[in-house]
Write a protein that binds this ligand. Sequence first.
Ligand SMILES: *[C@@H]1O[C@H](CO)[C@@H](O)[C@H](O)[C@H]1NC(C)=O
Ligand SMILES: *[C@@H]1O[C@H](CO)[C@@H](O)[C@H](O)[C@H]1NC(C)=O
Length: 370
Amino acid sequence: MASEEVTLLECNQTKKNALTPLRKCQLLTFLCLLPLVLLNVWLKAFSWDSNEQIDSNEQNQVTILMWHEPFRPPTLWTSFMNGDHNCSPSCKIVRRRSLFPTADVVVFHNRELITGQEKLPMDLPRPPGQRWVWMSLESPVHNGDLRKFAGIFNLTMNYRRDADISIPYGERLAKKPEEGENPVQTNTGNKSILACWVVSNYASSYRRSKVHKELSAIVPVKVYGRWTNIPLTSAELIPTISHCYFYLAFENSEAKDYITEKLWKNAYQSGAVPVVLGAPVQDYEAVAPPHSFIHVDEFASVKELAVYLQQVAGDQKLYSEYFQWKRNWKTKLTADWNERLCKICSHFDSLPPNKVYADLAAWDHATGAA
Ligand SMILES: *[C@@H]1O[C@H](CO)[C@@H](O)[C@H](O)[C@H]1NC(C)=O
Ligand SMILES: *[C@@H]1O[C@H](CO)[C@@H](O)[C@H](O)[C@H]1NC(C)=O
């Protein structure tokens, strides 16, 4: 870090002082980064060796190849940073494309495929028995035109419950007896705002925007995020929301099972009762802790919802009922891509043996029950 700052300083001076060429600045940058690159090459070589050993020891180890990193440009740096990951002694994630011929499963993240940043390796001979996984955490309207992927993928990996490998943004977990029935804290002493909303992409056409508009005309709603120019840093987010009785966990799409970190992180981690809009009520009921949320569709009108929110916030007993689930349940936010990819390992033996998504676009747009 310190060396980078020095380099930047030099760069600035370069601009003022015509005698020092830009070249010098580039050389300095190069010299500062070189040890880092060498260290990574060395580490990489080291982990390569240890993995070759595992390979020869564990012939049955399932190999899952992540073809490209989600939401990351394909830089040398990211390929160094993201190494192998052992999910279990019998299953591992790898990120070296040279392992394609022996990989049991190859995972493709949809976003980079539809932007054209990455391509499917259609030119490589596809080993018999190898499964290709289509992975996306976006709602159907943001997945692009999937018709071009007809007949290519064997498995789907998605937040939907009926995906072959279901990777929800979060989940409820039953508490173990030793985790106890802690006294349930509702922390209303801290709360001063009726409802909060964090929004960066405001489009008046979204249903959530209409609901917000109507709701905020009746009850106070504090809005944070880029739209209102009150951005919250990730460190500020949860403490800020914890001052609200309710959190508007409104999704940008109303799609089957599409329930994001707006519920699992923003609402549950802050201790604000989520008011949800997006997937149907029964989708929330299937995955969220019982009596832990209020769904907009449960009310005949936004006015009725507003009246209910005021009533609950003003009644300690009614409000605390929305926290009773904490006696028996806890919630978990999915941490990272490795955790998601490791779900392939835990489901490996029950994955459909022979499957082809002849019409992936139709699957993605399906709205039927799971
Ligand atoms: C009040 O909120 C803060 C977070 O802003 C939290 O750390 C603290 O425990 C809360 N206290 C009470 C009494 O609820
Ligand atoms: C995977 O899909 C390919 C291409 O559609 C197909 O040829 C292959 O038989 C499928 N493999 C499995 C294991 O389902």
